[in-house]
Design a protein around this ligand. Structure first.
Ligand code: ZN
Length: 482
């Protein structure tokens, strides 16, 4: 229920689309109504707002994060995570919108019935706003348009096995059929890009050593998959039809030149990376600590530096969590009596509540600003899913989804104290910088002990979702850097 009385949030550090400055933010009926000079909104001309003021002092005010890559896993695998636990963790971590992935739940979101099952069970359980991705799997081309009409934000496909039987990966012919249909209906295709043939040919050495696991998921698997996807796009006439594709969780910087070339050739392709690829490195993973296992894997320090360089250059539209938790026993964690075998453990990182401080800790060390982090984790993902103008910015007319963030607040991560359902995260024991003090959703402070008031979102009508980094016109050869 939106508030009707206007309120003001004041901070010396309001992160606006054009940078950070002192400001007063006036909120009415859940939306940002005005952004005024710091200290100006309690003047005599606005007696209506007297009393409704929160002064954050030096604590920064950010737009709520938009996390377009979250595996909630409910219904079907609710013991891994669920709408209540995931959205509480999101709110506590400064994330005010999540888009749920179509797999790991049973049923998966590959049919209208599957979507309806998720929507029904999520009802009344969401502390933040919530949307849904659909899935494109072999044999469900006819389901894509009905799902699109129901408001999913796009369709995910895997080019290699997903890890769960009910969400099979696409072979080349399936992929081409799905891409052609998505181009026809104007949907965004989101792709898990690892190549199954490269994975099969890689050395398989089970055990507790992370380097063996890393060798089993080489960077070549990502580059080969992206190359295959781009071939399919050319074959299906992506440049003519304006198909939009987005590469999920890029872990290897080696794919970036392929994406640059494709964009130069007029293909509308964007990419994301994740906090764990930016803040963790293979060299630091202890033997048997399968909390660090994800696919594609966390790679070495030099690759991590290259990802940061690409991020700084605007080559990633978004940094999103890929929160994909499971139970400690499926992680085979030694602390829970498991074998610590990287090959057999569930692959997925739990980090929804920690993405903002994890990225800020490393971003600050590398000389980036809060405005950069907001661009990567709030405005960028909002743009990816077509929510610009509603989410992802402190701007007049946007939802008043806001975060009071202390950029200097340090805290030690204790996995059991997080709102995630299971106490497993690779950040356990680390000290992170940057503390979320309050999260507002549409103008109301979120209290995870009170009733939830998150809403279910559908893809906005109108222009297709897209990214500014995806040119719609083809540059001429002469415009490219030699
Ligand atoms: Zn994922």
């Amino acid at each position: 229920m939106p508030i009707s009385q206007p309120t003001v949030i004041r901070s010396r550090r309001v992160v606006l689309p054009d940078g950070e400055r002192p400001a007063d933010v006036l909120i009415r009926d859940g939306k940002i109504e005005q952004i005024a000079a710091h200290g100006s909104l309690l003047a005599g001309d606005r007696p209506d707002i007297e009393g409704g003021l929160t002064d954050l002092g030096e604590t920064a005010l950010l737009p709520g994060l938009v996390d377009t890559h979250v595996h909630v896993n409910e219904p079907g695998r609710t013991e891994w995570e669920g709408f209540a636990t995931a959205t509480r963790a999101a709110a506590a971590g400064g994330v005010t919108t999540i888009i749920d992935m179509p797999l790991n739940s049973i049923p998966p979101t590959t049919t209208v019935d599957g979507l309806a099952a998720k929507r029904k069970i999520a009802e009344g359980q969401a502390w933040v706003d919530l949307g849904f991705w659909g899935g494109a799997i072999p044999g469900n081309v006819a389901d894509l348009e009905p799902l699109h009409r129901e408001g999913v934000f796009g369709f995910k496909s895997f080019l290699a096995p997903s890890g769960v039987d009910e969400f099979p990966h696409v072979e080349p012919a399936d992929l081409e059929a799905a891409l052609a249909e998505q181009a026809r209906i104007g949907a965004l295709a989101i792709i898990h890009a690892e190549d199954p043939a490269v994975l099969e040919a890689a050395p398989q050495q089970p055990g507790v050593h992370y380097r063996d696991f890393l060798a089993s998921r080489p960077a070549d698997a990502e580059t080969a998959a992206v190359a295959r996807l781009l071939t399919a796009l050319y074959k299906t006439g992506a440049r003519r039809t304006g198909a939009r594709v987005h590469i999920l969780h890029v872990s290897s910087a080696a794919v970036l030149p392929l994406l640059r070339q494709a964009r130069a050739d007029g293909v509308r392709v964007t990419a994301e990376t994740c906090p764990h690829y930016l803040t963790l490195a293979a060299e630091q993973v202890p033997d048997g600590d399968t909390a660090f296992k994800c696919c594609p894997p966390i790679r070495d320090e030099s690759n991590r530096d290259a990802l940061w360089e690409a991020l700084a250059n605007g080559e990633f539209i978004a940094v999103v969590s890929d929160h994909s938790p499971s139970t400690p026993d499926l992680k085979l964690l030694p602390a829970y009596g498991g074998s610590g075998d990287f090959a057999a453990a569930w692959g997925g990182i739990a980090s929804l509540q920690l993405g903002l401080p994890a990225v800020w800790t490393e971003a600050r060390r590398r000389g980036h600003t809060l405005a950069d982090v907001v661009r990567w984790m709030s405005a960028g993902p909002a743009e990816l899913v077509g929510l610009t103008g509603t989410k992802g910015a402190i701007a007049v007319g946007c939802d008043a989804d806001l975060v009071a963030f202390d950029p200097d607040g340090e805290f030690a991560v204790h996995a059991a104290e997080l709102h995630h359902r299971n106490p497993v995260t690779p950040y356990a024991g680390r000290t992170l910088t940057g503390a979320v003090r309050t999260t507002w959703l549409r103008g109301r402070a979120v209290d995870t002990a009170a009733e939830p008031f998150g809403r279910q979102l559908t893809r906005p009508a109108g222009p297709r979702p897209g990214g500014s980094s995806a040119p719609t016109t083809r540059p001429t050869r002469s415009e490219e850097t030699p």
